[in-house]
Design a protein around this ligand. Structure first.
Ligand code: FAD
Length: 405
């Protein structure tokens, strides 16, 4: 078989690229190793986590805010299987939606693990190990990322879990330790705290949400702590003893010092994600990786092998679904001979805690480092009529503007 474009990976980067290319008239195939389309985001990332964040927030509101609004419902009771069922059905409808879009746009979906066999050639190993090859004028690698392991800690997805296991815990843990105060740790920590777990977040750095505006992160931490999440900053998890009924988590100061042991029923490892490049045949094809094993691309998303492009979590830049999607559109347009591009200065980031923490553009720290004169304006929600009407008084809006213009 021969195609104008073969995309390896059907996450937000890959499926959006494939659909845009088909819209522009190209003959497209997508190779996906997993049983459903949609990648990390739709199957075990953005979508299921947002389903649980919404449901747990409603549970929390029913228990804490409804009475103040004049709605007496008594103490709400958690039906965890039904809540997890809601999450699963949202995932199901999203991934089947992608399959429908492929069909509608005459995109061929091929189940198997794809690898670059050379210029214009993709090798596919199907689910029973049979190997075939297809030809493509252009190849896009959109294989995404996987969770980063914590040295010395074995994830069993039962008691010591990654984000994937934390999306399907069969019961609410009494005590949960989250390793890493990034977006995923704080979101999933919030879910289980709202459902009744005692949650402690252990973070190596002296702040939460690295990379986000410092003032936002500080206020965010204060509000999450007020909701009951405990923080151990400048601390590292040195090991987890899972030999007994209760997990024993060894924690040390990041700078060295005395070790303490905390007990937990669930440990969530959420220290970050790394590009997924396993089995792609990159080295053999002469496709270069950088020091963090991300695929190196030029300004037009082309790798070091002509005709092979890469996008999304597997290349540089923030690991966000909408960034991958925007790149997917740009790459499809470039391959079709148009002038696709991505404006990396305006990619928003959102932490779906409560309150949600959203930002776009430069942080104060970045402006200071770049020596850019700026003015900061801030307005608290507590002084805003609509916020008060909604009992949403926590938080603020902050605008950083160029001082001269
Ligand atoms: P992926 O979505 O990872 O898709 C890659 C696909 O490639 C997968 O389906 C994989 O099976 C397939 N694949 C890999 N190798 C091969 C191969 N050799 N052959 C065939 N197929 C292959 N981002 C946001 O913007 N907002 C959020 O709210 C958000 N929440 C998140 C919550 C969690 C818990 C997690 C884990 C992530 C979240 N993200 C969020 C990040 C988001 O999921 C990723 O940025 C996004 O999925 C990246 O898209 P992608 O297309 O690059 O890769």
């Amino acid at each position: 078989m021969s195609y104008d474009l073969v995309v390896i990976g059907s996450g937000p980067g890959g499926y959006v690229c494939a659909i845009r290319a088909a819209e522009l008239g190209l003959k497209v195939a997508v190779v996906e190793k997993d049983p459903t389309y949609g990648g990390t985001c739709l199957n075990v990332g953005c979508i299921p986590s947002k389903a649980l964040l919404h449901a747990s927030e409603m549970f929390e509101k029913a228990g804490h805010d409804f009475a103040g609004l004049g709605i007496d419902v008594g103490t709400p009771k958690l039906n965890l299987p039904a809540m997890l069922g809601h999450k699963d059905s949202v995932v199901e409808s999203n991934v089947t939606g992608v399959a429908y879009l492929f069909k509608k746009n005459k995109i061929e979906g091929i189940r198997g693990t794809g690898a670059v066999a050379g210029p214009g050639r993709v090798k596919i190993t199907d689910t029973v190990g049979e190997v075939s090859e297809i030809e493509a004028k252009a190849i896009v690698i959109a294989t995404g990322s996987e969770w980063t392991p914590l040295p010395g800690v074995t994830v069993d997805e039962k008691r010591i879990v990654s984000s994937t296991g934390a999306l399907s815990l069969p019961s609410v843990p009494k005590r949960m330790i989250v390793v890493g105060a990034g977006v995923i740790g704080l979101e999933l920590g919030s879910v289980w705290r709202r459902l009744g777990a005692e949650v402690t977040v252990v973070e190596f750095l002296d702040r939460i949400l690295p990379g986000m505006d410092g003032e936002l992160a500080k206020q965010g931490q204060r509000l999450l702590a007020r909701q009951g999440i405990q923080f151990k900053l400048s601390s590292k998890v040195a090991g987890v003893d899972d030999s007994g009924k209760v997990l024993k988590v060894a924690i040390e100061p990041a700078a060295g010092g005395d070790r303490e042991t905390l007990e937990a029923d669930i440990v969530l490892v959420a220290i970050g994600r790394r590009p997924y490049t396993t089995g792609l045949g990159l080295e053999d094809s002469g496709i270069a990786l950088d020091e963090r094993r991300r695929i190196v691309v030029d300004d037009h998303f082309q790798t070091t092998l002509e005709g092979v492009y890469a996008l999304g979590d597997v290349i540089r830049g923030p690991m966000l679904a909408h960034k991958a999607e925007d790149e997917g559109i740009a790459v499809a347009e470039i391959i079709a001979g148009q002038a696709g591009h991505v404006n990396y200065g305006v990619i928003p980031a959102v932490v779906y805690t409560h309150p949600e923490i959203a930002s776009v553009g430069k942080t104060e720290e970045e402006l200071k480092a770049a020596g850019i004169e700026y003015r900061a304006g801030k307005f608290p929600f507590s002084a805003n009529g609509r916020s008060r009407a909604m009992l949403e008084k926590d938080g603020f809006v902050k605008v950083l503007a160029d001082a001269a213009t």
